[in-house]
Design a protein around this ligand. Sequence first.
Ligand SMILES: [Zn+2]
Length: 347
Amino acid sequence: MTRMHAAFITGHGGNDVVLLGDRTKPVRKAGEVMVRMRAGGLNRVDLYMRDSGAGITHSLPQTLGLDGVGTIEDADDNETRLKKGQRVVLHPALGCGRCAFCLRGEHVLCLTSKYLGEHVDGTLSEFVCLPAENAFPAPEVLDDIEAAALSVAPLTAWRMVFTKAAVKPWETVLIFGVGGAVSLSALQFVKMIGARAIVTSRDDAKLGRAMALGADATINGVREDIARRALALTDGRGVDVVIENVGEAVWPHAMKSLVRGGRIVLCGATSGDAPSADLRRLFIRQLQVMGSTHGTFEEFRQLLAVTGQGGFRPVIDSRYAFGEIHAALDRLDASAQFGKIGIDMPR
Ligand SMILES: [Zn+2]
């Protein structure tokens, strides 16, 4: 069999360019594993690739998807870590393995890094071939869609909370846009270590669900002044850390919510990327601004270890069959979700 089913884009602009059909089955190279996919999930970058893809080198048609779990279909004869039939979760970043960043384990900073679903064919496919080191044993405590959900959003949040912000148990963290899978994962990690979490959303229902997940306080971004409310909730002091991916629409509120010496970690700018920098506030109050993208193999190992011990379970918003991908993309586009939108692959 040389053909396989996949969800792929043939151009840019809306669901019309997203096709479900046959593509050529990839050929496994030495050092790679071939994975028979069981489940995937959607990320905002899937919408970006569908609608624009500008600035990301890729060729059409291209298969969508960064999240993925599957079973090992084929591997090198001398592969010892992974066995055929074993369930694995995919880390979708393909580093060169040789540049200064890769050599120190930071292949998320690799000079020629490629991502499944962005620069090369992605995970919403019957088969995926990728370097064996990008396939990690999936935690047994998770089902397929939950395991696939680990590939991007929780890993991104893990790096933001633990590596970049290095949140301490006695600190207060303000998390913007709870409902998105990164923000929700950040909430879960902050509560995992006993720190205090304040979350924002424009949707009361999402705020209520965040409270059920352990949030200590909520702010409705439509009805309330976020910075004023964050100060009130911290006795006028301000929060220690802001976790943010909304960008321009909330940046001034984020800056004004911080305590002196506070830090803000940013992994996205969906509402725009050129807010006022507020430099005077930045230096007088000695704030720290940190950018963050995805996470390393080592951070993924840490996340998988905690997950395997029952310490973390990603929130799944909804589960769609492979054939329903257009509806799944619409749900993400409308920001209607609370957690990960999962895709079951056909068996
Ligand atoms: Zn590299």
